[in-house]
Design a binder for this molecule. Structure first.
Ligand SMILES: CC(C)(COP(=O)(O)OP(=O)(O)OC[C@H]1O[C@@H](n2cnc3c(N)ncnc32)[C@H](O)[C@@H]1OP(=O)(O)O)[C@@H](O)C(=O)NCCC(=O)NCCS
Length: 432
């Protein structure tokens, strides 16, 4: 971030100099960190649409053109040549790993795959039908109970153990997810296998039986790698901003990531992939091919889930990649999913309709990812959990930026108060 020159702000005839900052890709901002001190006023930006809350070297997004890069690498190149574990390393540490660094990172993930045996009792005390995101949030937070040496809430100490904490989180989150799935169905827990790679190991823990090992096809492993890789980071979205907010108080990685899980759960964020499938299924069940639904969305009575994005005002580059993989995976597996036909119809109709074109509403990453997860056999209520597994590297990298920066101050936005002005207490008997 460079300070190019000053900008002048005039408030009621008084002029104030504000530093004007420029990022690597030319994006610009007024630095208002001393605004209140200088002018007595704060900025008002409901929903933070115009607020840069930090400087970050992790991910670059240009929403008008549909550009997404992790650490400078275009998402299209990573999707074609990399896999989730390598991309996770890149996102967290800033560079593509050498062969030795990659092997070391994989070894740490393997070493940290199993969860503390006593955590199994935690699962047993939850209702069988508990939502997997509620469980995930609780279990990620609980990691601080079982691995307290990695979660001291002293950033200097936690950063010293960072490699261990990061791989513990990224590896165990997969084991926790699979374990929750097995237990919710009354199935025996399947333990991780050292010989398997990250995605294959997850599918093994989900779908193997003690008497029948799951055979993972390379296409399925590749599709899962792709989904996780495409979700690995996405700049200052709701959950990542939450992770940074919690981290800024000095909280450990597990606590910060658990807060990220909670933020991700909502239907306007990570819950959208589940909402897309529910929408497509409802359209299918009603006998509509999508035409009626589009009309209702234009009337404002429905929202076309998986469409639109706060930042992308062009095709979400991840949706393009996922859309292609969706078709090829279903073809390879010999699956004919009627929901894919409806999704294609909706996309076609929306892209030729003035309502969607004028508002620049294009498919986002969630529009096709659910169809892939259905094909893999992942149940609907676990879709957002899959998003969370994919997003872990981004949360870890953002936590690290906050925790390793000696100049980090606790995040503390201000507000414009609109409640009652001062008034006197009324005893209960006199209240009307
Ligand atoms: C992602 C999302 C929350 C972004 O919201 P936002 O930036 O606040 O955009 P707004 O809600 O202000 O929408 C702008 C306009 O487009 C319309 N719009 C936005 N998304 C729409 C959708 N998915 N279907 C129909 N209309 C939509 C709004 O009704 C609004 O219309 P108006 O100007 O006539 O009032 C929103 O597009 C959405 O709800 N999409 C569906 C959920 C989803 O897929 N989320 C995953 C995001 S990765």
């Amino acid at each position: 971030m460079t300070f190019a020159r000053n900008a002048t702000l005039e408030i009621f005839g008084q002029r104030h100099e504000l530093p004007f900052v420029v990022g690597t890709e030319g994006e610009t901002a007024f630095d208002i960190t001393r605004l209140r001190e200088q002018t007595g006023a704060i900025t008002f930006d409901d929903g933070y649409g115009n607020t840069g809350s930090c400087s970050s070297a992790i991910t670059y997004i240009e929403g008008e053109q549909g550009i997404l890069r992790y650490r400078g690498y275009p998402i299209e190149q990573l999707a074609e040549h990399s896999d989730f574990v390598e991309t996770a390393y890149l996102v967290i540490y800033g560079e593509l790993p050498t062969a030795a660094q990659r092997a070391n990172f994989s070894a740490l993930l393997t070493e940290n795959a199993a969860i503390h045996e006593r955590m199994v009792y935690l699962f047993e005390s939850y209702p069988r039908d508990a939502h997997p995101m509620a469980l995930l949030g609780a279990m990620v937070n609980a990691l601080a109970c079982y691995y307290p040496h990695l979660a001291t809430n002293n950033h200097n100490r936690d950063i010293t153990n960072f490699d261990d904490a990061a791989t513990t989180l990224i590896s165990k989150v997969r084991t926790i997810t699979a374990m929750a799935y097995r237990m919710s169905r009354g199935l025996p827990v399947i333990y991780p296998k050292r010989s398997l790679k990250y995605c294959e190991n997850f599918l093994h823990m989900m779908f193997s039986e003690p008497y029948d090992l799951y055979q993972c096809s390379p296409e399925v492993a590749r599709a899962l790698n792709l989904i996780l890789l495409l979700h690995a980071d996405h700049e200052q979205n709701c959950s990542t901003a939450t992770v940074r907010m919690v981290a800024s108080s000095g909280a450990n990685l597990f606590a910060s990531a658990a807060a990220g899980v909670c933020a991700l759960w909502g239907p306007f964020h990570g819950g959208a992939n589940q909402a897309v499938i529910e929408m497509l299924q409802a359209i299918h069940d009603s006998g509509d091919d999508g035409t009626r639904f589009i009309a209702e969305a234009k009337d404002g009575n429905r929202r076309l889930m998986g469409f639109g994005h706060r930042i992308y005002k062009n095709y979400d580059p991840r949706a393009k990649i996922i859309g292609k993989t969706c078709e090829s995976l279903l073809r390879t597996l010999g699956l004919n999913d009627p929901l894919l036909d409806i999704a294609r119809n909706l996309e076609q109709a929306a892209r030729n309709d003035a309502y969607f074109v004028e508002r620049r509403l294009y498919p986002n990453v969630d529009f096709y990812s659910g169809i892939i997860m259905r094909a893999i056999g992942i149940p609907l209520n676990m879709f957002t959990v899959m998003f969370a597994i994919g997003r872990m590297p981004g949360w870890v990298a953002n936590w690290r930026e906050v925790a390793s920066n000696p100049r980090t101050r606790i995040y503390r936005p201000r507000q414009i108060y609109i409640g009652p002005a001062q008034r006197d207490y009324i005893p209960v008997g006199q209240r009307r």
